[in-house]
Design a protein around this ligand. Structure first.
Ligand SMILES: C=CC1=C(C)c2cc3[nH]c(cc4nc(cc5[nH]c(cc1n2)c(C)c5CCC(=O)O)C(CCC(=O)O)=C4C)c(C)c3C=C
Ligand SMILES: [Fe+2]
Ligand SMILES: [Fe+2]
Length: 334
């Protein structure tokens, strides 16, 4: 009899999920990543034949070279920051749950696109005897293009599974008090260590305006997060702004845009800003390159004098406390 059969099964397991990232900072690996990511109808909803032509005829011929350069500038010895930090979060949550429950609670990491895959994480959880599964997408705000895509990808991964686990999931946590407090604590610590700038920009990844019009609650949830964070920090409405970054393609995305807002502030004489990106549970290309490098250059070029990026919650203790609380709340009765 194998060791795993003799063990008492754990009460539940946790599947942490984030977006996915290229396996190397090369045009080839970026092309493979973008081909899978951008083929998802949850991400780009255009009619398939037309989108396939645009994706394969234009985007995948041009974009990988440019984007690979950006990845090269942020790559770490442990690989892509998104993957390295997600692994740290997985280890830290395992440790926190061991403390909270006095026993090993299996925690596995999966990405919607690329590696580690849902199938590999599912196999690892099954081998540890998990029959109750909490799915925890690391997206504080729900969007069909991210959390919705996790749901589809998980369903696909389970298509050949002969015996499904009991499943629950955390749909979003955009106004959870422990999330707001974790963000506020990171801002306060940053202010203490680096001084406080004139304004705080809360920059969220964008989505096309059309998706919001169709009922995607993401932008409204981002605005709620921003309002609650401002309240926690006792900011008046002229001391902060909620904006949206990372536009892709030609259509209108939800506004105001991060880059246009920074440009306008610089022109209006705002000389210093702090920028935080509350939609990102882990630092990644969109924060470390687009916000920390590109948008800084833009702000300084238009007359700004000081610009600081406040890192994502990553593996901060307050973040782990939040994730532990989410697990405890959503697994009651298991
Ligand atoms: C094409 C449309 C896109 C939508 C809609 C979208 C939504 C969305 N994305 C994130 C989080 C991340 N996106 C990241 C990179 C990224 N996003 C898009 C496009 C859309 N995102 C692209 C094409 C890329 C790749 C880089 C590029 O080619 O510009 C990342 C970073 C991944 C990494 O490897 O570091 C994250 C994280 C959210 C939260 C969101 C909507 C809510
Ligand atoms: Fe994105
Ligand atoms: Fe970007």
């Amino acid at each position: 009899m194998s060791e795993s059969v003799k063990m008492t099964p754990p009460p539940f397991g946790v599947l942490l999920v984030n977006l996915g990232t290229p396996s190397a900072p090369t045009p080839e690996a970026v092309r493979t990543y973008l081909a899978e990511f951008l083929a998802d109808v949850r991400v780009v909803d255009m009619a398939r034949p037309l989108w396939w032509l645009i994706l394969h005829g234009i985007i995948l011929r041009v974009r990988p070279r440019k984007v690979a350069k950006a990845y090269q500038s942020i790559w770490t010895p442990e690989g892509s920051p998104l993957l390295a930090i997600s692994r740290q979060q997985t280890a830290a949550l395992t440790e926190a749950l061991q403390q909270a429950y006095g026993q090993k609670i299996p925690v596995e990491l999966a990405m919607t696109y690329g590696e580690p895959s849902m199938e590999a994480a599912g196999r690892a959880l099954r081998q540890q005897g998990v029959s109750n599964l909490l799915i925890l997408p690391l997206y504080p705000q729900f969007s069909s293009s991210t959390t919705g895509a996790v749901y589809d990808r998980l369903a696909r991964g389970l298509q050949k599974c002969p015996h499904l686990p009991q499943m629950r999931w955390v749909r979003d946590y955009h106004q959870h008090p422990a999330y707001i407090e974790a963000l506020a604590a990171s801002v306060r610590q940053h202010w203490q260590e680096h001084g406080r700038k004139q304004k705080l920009l809360m920059s969220f990844h964008g989505i096309p305006e059309r998706y919001a019009d169709k009922g995607d609650p993401y932008a409204a949830q981002c605005r709620k997060t921003a309002e609650l964070l401002a309240q926690a920090l006792q900011l008046s409405t002229d001391e902060y702004l909620c904006s949206f970054q990372s536009r892709f393609g030609r259509e209108e995305w939800v506004k105001p845009y991060t880059d246009a807002s920074l440009k306008q502030w610089a022109r209006d004489g705002v000389h210093s800003v702090d920028v935080i990106c509350p939609a990102f549970a882990a630092d990644c290309l969109e924060t470390l390159e687009e916000i920390q490098v590109e948008n800084r250059e833009l702000f300084l070029k238009h007359g700004g004098q000081a610009y600081a990026y406040i890192p994502a919650l990553n593996a901060r203790p307050e973040h782990m406390d939040l994730l532990t609380e989410l697990v405890q709340t959503h697994t009651q009765g298991w």
